[in-house]
Design a protein around this ligand. Structure first.
Ligand code: ADP
Ligand code: MG
Length: 332
């Protein structure tokens, strides 16, 4: 494999904490998250629903609704600047142009009464100052890059005239229009059926590779992680519980939660009834148990885990785990 020596990361999230202040108390949706993304690489963030993945993504772009949400601590260094320190105006110049985002539901992000081509052209007009004719031509080019058939006609479609897969391709075209350094994709294919999902993921990977765009790919699906990512952050209850390259994570998961996620992944040839899921529910983030948040569901739980929360610790270079009794240490 040709490993290019990692340079300084383009994005470095450190000690990020985003809390929601509501009538029911403080929900610590993101509670001390750290990770890095390098140029052109795909970082996966995986975890069950409600563990803080989307709030992490929204925090990076400072799109968390305030109130009730607030980024209470941390830093998000991007191309040498802390995004959390920028003015709103400076932040608007980053969004969509340098960092773009693709959401799960393209219908919610597209304006239903405007033609798709117009919405795409808007991006070129706003960020690059292109005129009408040029921005429309660029839009057609961008749609072609996402392998939408007859792009010159498709630009005239309204969102409802496109299939779900095609709409998501149009969203990806929009996200990549300004050649951002980083694209954040939050469950981009979860709403699509399986074959379309595979096509769209393949497209995203190819197009990012061709343009040297880094990606943060958020998913609850370990299968997607395996296909797409280089490094992975596993999140549980607002924290990263395991951080490793994808090979290590699948071959030698060190956190019991990661092991649980992998066991619930269907394998080719395995009998469907052998599929295990993790028992219990993720905890409420406004009422965490003392000690390890995963403790109540963990099959290896010990007394120490119930008393104090474990820190994120390096078990091997580049492999970090938030557990007092990491599995690789147990199984050798
Ligand atoms: N607008 C909000 N108001 C209050 N709590 C919120 C809000 N948005 C998210 N949360 C809380 O933050 C937690 C993490 O949510 P989220 O990041 O969306 O999870 P996921 O990992 O499924 O993307 C959830 O438990 C949710 O209760
Ligand atoms: Mg989410």
């Amino acid at each position: 494999m040709n490993q290019t020596e990692p340079t300084a990361p383009i994005l470095k999230v450190s000690g990020l904490r985003t809390y929601f202040f509501t009538g029911e108390g403080v929900t610590k949706a993101v509670d001390g998250v750290d990770f890095e993304v390098h140029r052109g690489e795909v970082l996966g963030i995986v975890g069950e629903s409600g563990c803080g993945k989307s709030v992490t993504a929204l925090s990076i772009l400072r799109l968390v609704a305030n109130p009730p949400g607030r980024i209470v601590d941390g830093a998000v260094h991007f191309q040498g600047r802390d995004l959390l320190q920028l003015s709103d105006r400076e932040m608007r110049a980053v969004r969509g142009k340098k960092i773009s985002m693709v959401f799960q539901d393209p219908l919610a992000s597209l304006n239903p009464v405007l033609r798709v081509g117009y919405q795409l052209a808007e991006v070129f007009r706003y960020h690059l100052g292109l005129d009408r004719v040029k921005s429309l031509a660029e839009s057609v080019k961008m749609l072609r890059a996402t392998e939408i058939p007859s792009p010159a006609e498709r630009v005239r479609n309204y969102p409802h005239e496109m299939s779900g897969g095609m709409r998501q391709r149009a969203m990806i075209a929009m996200a990549l229009a300004c050649q951002p350094a980083l694209m954040i994709a939050d469950e981009p294919t979860t709403a699509l059926d399986v074959t379309v999902q595979a096509q769209v993921l393949k497209l995203m990977k190819e197009i990012c590779r061709a343009r040297d765009t880094a990606m943060i790919l958020i998913t609850h699906d370990m299968g997607v992680i395996a296909n797409m990512c280089k490094r992975v952050a596993v999140m549980y209850a607002g924290r990263v519980v395991e951080y490793a390259d994808v090979f290590t994570l699948f071959k030698q998961p060190a956190h019991p939660y990661t092991e649980g996620l992998l066991k619930s992944l269907p394998r080719l040839g395995a009998k469907a009834n052998r599929l295990e899921s993790i028992e219990g529910q993720p905890p409420m983030l406004n009422n965490l148990p003392p000690g390890c948040a995963y403790g109540p569901r963990c099959r290896y739980v010990q007394d120490r885990c119930r008393q104090e929360a474990p820190p994120l610790t390096e078990v091997k270079p580049g492999h970090e785990v938030r557990c007092y009794f990491p599995l690789s240490a147990v199984s050798g």
